[in-house]
Design a protein around this ligand. Structure first.
Ligand code: UDP
Length: 238
């Protein structure tokens, strides 16, 4: 059997990926299918760290958050990621995967705090580590948390799961002639003004020479094909 292309990866799941076709919240069938994909790659012996977003929950409360102080709203967003992390880890448990949630903000009665050596230990033990609460700081995003934690745990790549199967020359929903890049360098992505991750996350990955793979989480089995190094999504390389 061919070997996986990576031994340790950082998977970034947006909160919105958990919604399925619902307007907000967590869609049961969607989270279960996603975890099935995760289980498939965990079974290959690949060490998996996950950063989960919070957009799906934050969307539901956003109307009430209008006019709020930005930092306060951001803390709410971080708490939303903790809820998603708990749901994700529990869905993993139900599928026989051992997962540990680590939070960047202190909330010890609920989940353990992020401690880097402990996270590394869990990964080495084959446990899936779910990083919650982003970077722990307002004014950042969970994409930046993915770049940060990916760098900290020496992941070989950041796998950015989206609803689109890669980076395109133009928006494929608006332009029928848009084509997918199989791979593109950080510099090319900047010069062509392509949105891969937010600017802070992108800069950190580029500085750390941490490649990014943008792929579709709605396409069943795509995560495994990415892990096996097959032509799936778009690779952003140094
Ligand atoms: N957030 C934050 N700092 C972080 C990560 C997240 O303040 O380090 C807040 C921010 O308000 C953000 C929300 O949490 O809008 C949810 O994160 P994000 O938008 O990245 O989630 P996603 O879009 O991936 O679901």
């Amino acid at each position: 059997m061919t070997k996986p292309a990576y031994q340790r990866v950082l998977l970034k799941l947006s909160g919105e990926a958990l919604m399925g076709d619902d307007p907000y919240g967590i869609n049961r069938a969607t989270i279960e299918r996603m975890v099935t994909d995760v289980a498939e790659v965990a079974a290959l012996g690949v060490q998996l760290a996950v950063v989960i977003g919070g957009g799906n929950i934050f969307r539901g409360v956003a109307p009430g958050a209008q006019g709020m102080d930005r930092a306060t709203a951001d803390y709410m967003g971080m708490l939303a990621t903790v809820m998603n992390a708990l749901a994700l880890a529990d869905a993993m448990r139900q599928q026989g995967i051992t997962a540990r949630v680590m939070s960047a903000i202190g909330i010890e009665q609920v989940v353990e705090p992020y401690v880097r050596p402990k996270a590394l230990q869990y990964l080495e033990e084959g446990k899936v580590v779910v990083f919650a609460a982003g970077t722990g700081n307002p004014f950042f995003t969970t994409d930046t948390a993915a770049a940060l934690r990916g760098s900290e745990v020496s992941a070989e790549i950041v796998l950015k799961a989206t609803k689109v199967d890669g980076v395109y020359t133009a928006d494929p929903k608006k332009d029928a002639n848009a084509t997918r890049y199989e791979s593109i360098s950080f510099d090319e992505a900047i010069s062509k003004n392509l949105q891969v991750m937010d600017a802070t996350a992108f800069a950190l990955c580029r500085d750390q020479k941490l490649p990014i793979k943008v792929f579709s989480i709605v396409k069943p089995g795509a995560l495994k094909r990415v892990i096996m190094g097959e032509d799936e999504g778009t690779l952003v390389h140094v």
